[in-house]
Design a protein around this ligand. Structure first.
Ligand SMILES: [Zn+2]
Length: 495
């Protein structure tokens, strides 16, 4: 029997046994509930959302491998004026339009090989609407929703009232458009009532915001003063669910989109699933929606008497060639095209390795191919192919010397630390250090020359490959599987 295959089969069945054993003691198993934000369906997916979904996927898979009971949620946010406008432009109803774009996001979960357990849509009338309605009525019952006349600058790009702070030379800083002066009567949510409590929870890390710079940003918002927020729009202005008991108003995004995190797991009927998974362990979001997740959402939960999410992890943005991705610049990178050309794992690798987890990063095709060729083709691909080719010709068994053992142990410790700190790029760097350690050992030991020593060296390398496969699993699941199979097909052909 091929010693490579033999070893690998043993290793894998051991892991399976341990997973089964863990399932049996399911009462003591830790749950882990992780979500992405729900992208807005006014445009098809781009690599910015792909990054977020992949980051969440790594954590979901990592926790699953630890034997935890994981629930990973993603979905789409489908109401609003921008969607209605985009639909009108192509002669569709907002729902038809949202259906199409949402389907593309759903397809993306397969294309990126995400392990999500559910996909929630905010136009879902069976699962989502009952929760939204229940939340609205509870907030109202608690006196936290009230009607108020409001006069202010309204930016149609933001779909929100904006203040002096958001303006530069009289124009919206984000959309570079002049806002309209609008007077409306809307429902407001009493956010201000909950801010002192939220501030304390954030300071004490009971609501952990990662990275620290984002935590300070949120505390800064609270200090500069943050009033109540508008929770509805006039019916003709907004596409969405109608306010319960008021036909003239539509529930605005906060009261509609944020509840997806509890509607999907069964808040409306307070199901066992809801009781088991809430609160979320991690909300993965982009920096542009930090305020809403760190202030409005916790305030809503406090009003509802529900526990707050434990951690909000905030990633940065991806620029393309140093510029912001935008339709008008024509530089939007399509994740489907990228996967088509380079494969799922190559895309996962680039985004997780090149973009620093919590900061902005840059995408160019040149950088992509450079990483692909050096890290994947010449890196892990080459190592796996070398070891398997050599091992197939010898009778090596696994014998570990202390040098390898120490290196693997160190790698696992650093990897765990990096993942606990949401530093995906550092976790990958640690794996690649192990890969170059193996390359160096091969060069030094030349197992193809020294005959009596070579089975031992190869044994060490095979054991290390197995660790590499295990550590890679959350990041590059297909590659990990291929390394375990050890069939010596090239993992990443050069591009
Ligand atoms: Zn704006």
């Amino acid at each position: 029997m091929n010693p490579v295959r033999n070893y690998r089969v043993m290793g894998f069945s051991n892991i399976l046994f341990m997973i089964k054993k863990n399932k049996k003691i399911s009462n003591g198993v830790k749950k882990f509930y992780i979500t992405t934000s729900i992208p807005y369906t006014n445009a098809p997916p781009h690599i910015g959302f792909a990054l977020e979904a992949i980051q969440a996927d790594v954590l979901a898979r990592y926790r699953k491998n630890l034997g935890e009971d994981v629930f990973y949620l993603t979905g789409t946010d489908e109401h609003g004026l921008k969607i209605r406008k985009a639909a009108e432009q192509v002669g569709k109803t907002p729902k038809e339009f949202a259906d199409e774009i949402s389907a593309r996001f759903r397809k993306l979960t397969k294309t990126l090989n995400l392990s999500n357990d559910d996909f929630i849509r905010t136009t879902d009338e069976k699962r989502h609407w009952p929760a939204v309605k229940k939340i609205w009525l509870k907030l109202k019952e608690n006196g936290d929703i009230y009607k108020k006349k409001y006069r202010g600058f309204y930016c149609s790009g933001c779909e929100a009232f904006i203040t002096e702070k958001d303006l530069l030379n009289g124009k919206c800083k984000t959309h570079k458009e002049k806002p309209e002066l609008v007077e409306e009567e809307n429902y407001f949510f009493r956010l201000s009532k909950y801010l002192p409590k939220i501030e304390k929870k954030i300071e004490k890390n009971e609501l952990r915001i990662i990275p620290e710079t984002r935590k300070n940003e949120v505390l800064g918002y609270i200090k500069t003063g943050f009033g109540d927020v508008s929770f509805s729009r006039a019916k003709e202005k907004y596409w969405g669910f109608t306010v319960p008991d008021d036909e003239t108003h539509t529930i605005y995004v906060w009261g509609d989109a944020l509840p997806n995190y509890i509607s999907a797991i069964g808040y409306a009927k307070e199901t066992d699933q809801f009781k088991k998974y809430w609160p979320a362990d991690v909300h993965c979001i982009g920096k542009d929606i930090l305020k809403f997740h760190a202030l409005i959402w916790p305030a809503m939960l406090l009003s509802l008497g529900l526990p707050l999410p434990k951690t909000i992890f905030v990633h940065g943005f991806i620029t393309v060639d140093g510029q912001k991705m935008s339709k008008s610049l024509g530089n939007v990178v399509d994740p489907f095209e990228l996967v088509e050309k380079y494969g799922t794992d190559a895309v996962r690798y680039f985004l997780l390795r090149e973009i620093p987890s919590a900061q902005d990063g840059d995408f160019t095709y040149e950088k992509f191919e450079q990483r692909y060729n050096s890290d994947l083709a010449a890196g892990v691909g080459n190592l796996v192919s070398r070891v398997i080719t050599m091992a197939a010709k010898s009778n090596s068994k696994q014998i570990q010397n202390s040098k390898f053992r120490t290196k693997i142990k160190e790698t696992k410790e650093k990897y765990k630390k990096a993942l606990e700190e949401f530093k995906f790029n550092e976790a990958l760097k640690v794996i690649w250090d192990l890969i170059s350690f193996c390359d160096k050992q091969i060069e030094k030991e030349k197992p193809w020359e020294k005959k009596e020593n070579s089975p031992q060296v190869l044994g060490n390398l095979l054991v290390t490959l197995d660790s590499i496969a295990e550590l890679l699993q959350p990041f590059l699941p297909e590659t990990s599987e291929k390394i375990k199979k050890a069939d010596n097909k090239p993992l990443f052909p050069r591009c």
